[in-house]
Design a protein around this ligand. Structure first.
Ligand SMILES: Nc1ncnc2c1ncn2[C@@H]1O[C@H](COP(=O)(O)OP(=O)(O)OP(=O)(O)O)[C@@H](O)[C@H]1O
Ligand SMILES: [Mg+2]
Length: 365
């Protein structure tokens, strides 16, 4: 039985609970209003439009590789310091850029809506697309790794063509940016692939913006200055083929490992920020190294170790087979898809599915 004091205590706690609920509702109401006004805030088109950026500061920022409001929205205070901007001012600029492109606190339902903005790009093979949950995603990095001749660059070539297709054909109606570190990009191959898809090869080639990177520093510089090119050309696919080759040949020995990893990390973060800001697909290729001391597990591992692994959202291991053009793709890691394997083939037409007939023949051999 409750005593009178008990009842009064219960009543009191109910009324304070009631008050708390009311307070919470008020808090969420004001947060919602804040979010709504944030998103209604001014949209700035050019750097000079942002409050606190005059022509001289804009020039310095451009020299640092920040040509667009989108790239500033993804910048860190530390990155703006070399432009002679104080920490406080840098923060204000970044915040203004963020509110302009609508990055702020968001509710999970809005996050859900943002996820719906994620688009998918076809590889040309239904099996490979299926392995990746319907194609390569925008706003994330997909890494293809494997030994020489496994088909990494061929996939990149095919994606450059496919990205130009309309969405109903698995494309993104956009252009491609190709950073080539090994001089293996071939327009002839693009022409072959474009013809196979009944596309005008001349138009397709025009929509691929190409840059050869001569050193790892040059490679980083190209990406750091890519934002304007991406925006102006409606680039929806950014490729770095290969991500690690220069780093691997320039940073030799244990004592250089830490600085190499730090640079790769910075490079990958720049890439992910560009992919997010422009809703683009980001693709990197990576070589493998043998681990002779491994007794268990996979004796082959991609270069770059944890750094590359943690920043690549989706990792695909590509292997050659004994059956000529047929390749095996293994989804090694993905934020939400199960591991799995699929086969595809590389022909003159590009990346294609293996027919049932070929499957039976190759398994019978
Ligand atoms: N025109 C073509 N027709 C058919 N197959 C082709 C054609 N061009 C290239 N290939 C196939 O693609 C392979 C080369 O693949 P790719 O250049 O993509 O390898 P990679 O994984 O990028 O290697 P690396 O690590 O050396 O850069 C060739 O060995 C061949 O099997
Ligand atoms: Mg290659």
């Amino acid at each position: 039985m409750f005593t009178l004091t008990d009842l009064s205590k219960i009543k009191h706690s109910f009324s304070s609970l009631h008050l708390n609920i009311a307070k919470n509702i008020c808090f969420w109401k004001s947060m919602t209003e804040k979010i709504e006004t944030e998103t209604k805030k001014a949209r700035y088109e050019y750097l000079e439009d942002l409050p606190g950026i005059g022509p001289a500061t804009a020039q310095k920022l451009k020299e640092l590789g920040f040509h667009t409001v989108e790239s500033l929205a993804m910048a860190t205070v530390h990155e703006l310091e070399p432009a002679g901007i104080s920490e406080k001012k840098a923060l204000a600029i970044i915040n203004a850029a963020r509110s302009s492109i609508g990055i702020a606190f968001i509710r999970a339902d809005e996050l859900h809506k943002m996820r719906q903005n994620v688009l998918r790009l076809t590889t040309g093979s239904k099996a490979l697309d299926g392995l990746l949950g319907g194609g390569l995603e925008t706003q994330t990095i997909t890494e293809f790794y494997g030994e020489y001749g496994s088909g990494k660059s061929q996939i990149c070539h095919q994606l450059c063509v496919n990205v130009q297709l309309p969405p109903e054909r698995g494309g993104l109606n956009g252009a491609a940016l190709y950073i080539d570190t090994e001089n293996t990009f071939r327009t002839e191959r693009i022409v072959q692939m474009a013809k196979h898809l009944n596309l005008d090869p001349e138009k397709i080639v025009k929509n691929i913006i190409y840059a050869e990177a001569y050193t790892s520093d040059h490679q980083m510089f190209l990406l750091e200055n890519a934002d304007e090119v991406i925006k102006e050309n409606n680039v929806k696919l950014i490729i770095i083929d290969s991500l690690t080759a220069h780093f691997r040949s320039e940073y030799i020995g244990r004592e250089m490992l830490a600085s190499r990893q730090q640079k790769i990390n910075k490079h990958m973060h720049k890439l992910i920020r560009l992919a997010r800001a422009f809703n683009a697909v980001a693709v990197v290729t990576n070589q493998v190294m043998a681990k002779p001391d491994m007794f268990f597990g996979d004796a082959i591992s991609p270069i770059g170790g944890h750094i590359v692994g943690h920043t690549s959202h989706t990792r695909v291991y590509v292997r050659k087979t004994a059956h000529g053009p047929i390749r095996i793709a293994r989804l090694v890691s993905s934020p939400y898809l199960p591991e799995g394997e699929e086969i595809f083939k590389i022909t003159e037409n590009g990346i294609e599915d293996v027919s049932e007939d070929e499957k039976t023949k190759s398994s019978g051999r």
